[in-house]
Design a protein around this ligand. Structure first.
Ligand SMILES: [Zn+2]
Ligand SMILES: [Zn+2]
Length: 125
């Protein structure tokens, strides 16, 4: 199992995956929750709802307005938080930013807590 270390408090956490997924190669869009480490993901190519909302655009290529459309169409996190493009992955212990959310430069999906996989469950309202 891979792990991730918080640069701020030094805590190390085990990831729920063997290695961070490269969202570009696996055609994944993903957003972190604004309250915990839950991450939601979907397949950019195969997800019909995403395609209807965003066309053929990759998640990191969307305009702010298009991002909001996608965010508003997503179900909330079970914890009560919201999935947003600008949410980074925060340290569960000290809340410092560990990884930025999805962008062209920051394209790896880290699964630290719960992973809501849009390919096996309905993530849309
Ligand atoms: Zn920390
Ligand atoms: Zn949450």
């Amino acid at each position: 199992m891979a792990s991730i270390k918080c640069a701020s408090c030094g805590s190390e956490f085990t990831l729920n995956q063997n290695h961070p997924y490269h969202a570009g190669f696996s055609q994944l869009g993903f957003l972190y929750c604004d309250k915990d480490t839950t991450v939601v993901s979907w397949n950019d190519i195969a997800d019909n709802v995403y395609r209807r909302l965003a066309g053929n655009k990759a998640p990191w290529a969307l305009t702010a307005e298009e991002q909001e459309t996608v965010e508003n169409a997503l179900k909330g996190c079970p914890c009560g938080g919201r999935f947003k493009f600008r949410n980074p992955l925060r340290c569960p212990r000290c809340k410092a930013v560990m990884k930025e959310g999805i962008s062209e430069e920051s394209i790896y999906l880290y699964i630290l807590g719960v992973w809501i996989d849009g390919e096996s469950t309905n993530i849309w309202k």
